[in-house]
Design a protein around this ligand. Structure first.
Ligand code: AHR
Length: 525
């Protein structure tokens, strides 16, 4: 099966008629006014022991027929490497608060079989554990983000896991690691303290969790030269009080500890849910009205992120503490006939557009948002990849990550709208129909545009000031809103070259097809 992520040279999108397309957005970008750096970690990922994410997704075992390296699927690794995947969060999610890391070390056949009570009540054989995860991160070239068990684990258990992973000299846990075949310690920076403590992580109240976060953070030690970046589990959606309770713990306003000494980041989760939690709707079968509702919900991430950032600014005006959105994405009803506890859903152009607008918001808040992790990487929720036996399918969302990867560690550029722009009322909320962001890195400007309106093409005009640019090139992802990729048609939704991109008198003009995500690159000259 063909699985190329880039467009064959002979395929181009049909350009819109320049005369017919109304201008949805006019904007100005000052190329010589540098914004903050967009952390590459906002392009982070998440792999939980849930459904077929780990087992069947990443891990097939050493006896598998599918090509693998030490039990890890080669095709999955190759596909993710093409995204420059910066970090991978593991082992959960809700699973993290039931996970006991010692179950997942030592000879695989001797590891205890336990039950994954949270996700499908299935047997967890612990074949994928600490060593396998660290090997996966090495294959991916990604930084590990380990989420530790606060809900049902002990401080000692967590503390020893840090020691096992990161201590180099002679210590009980370092000796134990060596007994299991790994001499050198690993380098682990990102360390999660708990997950959704207000829900599956213990049903705790904010002050209760704040106390635990202080305690667990204290015993998540820096061993040798390994310095942890401790991320304490934060709010659901717009629960700004939760963030405030945590921020009070590290504010100079209350004296010790100094900001960022105790923990270095606070997280929150925000999922795009269109219906209710019990009836979220189908991933592939939806009306245009439902589509617009989805986009309204996706764009709400801006107000949620702004709310958390504002609370943090009040307690940490110099922005030492990072904000981390370590779970985001669409959440639909599971595909018919699949295990409800496995959260397996298809992924359409609609999901890709949701990703597109999220990244614009992430770039806008680059000064505070240090990491984001889409849920989840393979076969679960808004996945990058779907596997079915030997088959691997790249989803439309995968292509957005690939097309946008040039923003990783780039300097954000402000895209300032001028004059009227196209808007639409969605159930009493006004949303903009074109979303945009831009950055510059290594002498290249990257502009991302998400055009939400499925009914008509549009045109975007961006005045580029402060530097000269060369010839622009564009790529676009478009199709029917419900279009998706399958093993039989793996490239039904794939990026193609975008015609109708030009710079006229210093103004970038882009013709966008209906419902499309596009990127335009321009060299600085
Ligand atoms: O990503 C699926 C689940 O969503 C995670 O386990 C949990 O943290 C969240 O509720």
């Amino acid at each position: 099966m063909t699985t190329t992520a880039t467009a064959p040279a002979d395929r181009t999108a049909t350009p819109a008629d320049p005369g017919a397309a109304p201008v949805a957005l006019r904007a100005v970008v000052d190329l010589d006014v540098a914004g903050p750096t967009i952390s590459r970690h906002v392009y982070g990922h998440f792999a939980e022991h849930l459904g077929r994410c780990i087992y069947g997704g990443f891990w097939v075992g050493e006896d598998a027929d599918v090509p693998h390296e030490g039990g890890i699927r080669t095709d999955v690794v190759e596909a993710l490497r093409a995204l420059d995947i910066p970090n991978l969060r593991w082992p959960g999610g809700c699973f993290a608060d039931e996970y006991h890391w010692e179950d997942g070390i030592g000879p695989r056949e001797e590891r205890p079989r336990v039950v994954n009570t949270h996700w499908g009540d299935v047997v967890e054989n612990n074949h994928f554990g600490t060593h396998e995860f660290m090997a996966l991160c090495e294959l991916l070239g990604a930084e590990p983000y380990v989420s530790s068990n606060v809900g049902s684990g002990s401080v000692q258990e967590m503390s020893e896991w840090v020691e096992y992973l990161t201590r180099g000299d002679d210590s009980p846990m370092a000796r134990r690691r060596r007994e299991h075949g790994r001499d050198e310690p690993w380098r682990v920076k990102f360390w999660g303290i708990g997950n959704e403590p207000w829900g599956c992580g213990g049903n705790l109240l904010a002050p209760q969790f704040a106390s635990l976060a202080r305690q667990f953070s204290t015993y998540a030690r820096n061993h040798g030269g390994n310095e942890l970046y401790r991320i304490v589990a934060g709010a659901r959606d717009d629960d700004f009080d939760w963030t405030e309770t945590l921020m009070k713990q590290v504010s100079t306003k209350l004296g010790d500890p100094a900001p960022s000494d105790l923990f270095q980041a606070v997280s929150f989760h925000y999922y795009t849910v269109t219906g209710t939690w019990s009836e979220k709707g189908s991933a592939t079968d939806f009306t245009t009205d439902e589509y617009w509702t989805t986009m309204r919900q996706a764009l709400k991430v801006r107000e949620v992120l702004a709310g958390h950032a504002a609370v943090m600014d009040a307690w940490d005006p110099t922005k030492k503490v990072g904000l981390v959105l370590d779970e985001w994405g669409t959440w639909w009803d599971v595909e018919p006939g699949t295990n409800p506890g496995f959260l397996f859903q298809q992924n359409t152009l609609r999901d890709a557009l949701v990703a597109g607008v999220h990244f614009d918001v992430f770039h806008e808040f680059a000064d505070r948002l240090r990491m984001a992790n889409i849920a989840q990487t393979v076969n679960v929720l808004q996945a990058m990849l779907l596997t079915d036996g030997e088959h691997l399918v790249r989803t439309p969302t995968y292509h957005v990550f690939e097309m946008n990867k040039g923003h990783q560690d780039a300097t954000a550029l402000d895209v300032r709208a001028v004059g009227e722009r196209s808007r639409r009322d969605v159930g009493g909320t006004t949303i903009e129909t074109v979303s945009a962001s831009a950055s510059v890195k290594d002498g290249r400007v990257l502009v991302s545009l998400t055009h939400l309106d499925p009914s008509a093409p549009t045109r975007v005009e961006i005045a580029l000031r402060g530097a000269a640019v060369g010839t622009p090139t564009g790529r676009v992802l478009t199709g029917d809103l419900a279009a998706h990729n399958t093993a039989e048609a793996p490239d039904a939704v794939a990026p193609v070259a975008l015609e109708g991109v030009s710079v006229v008198d210093g103004v970038l003009v882009v013709e966008l097809p209906p419902a499309s995500f596009a990127t335009v690159e321009l060299p600085l000259v």
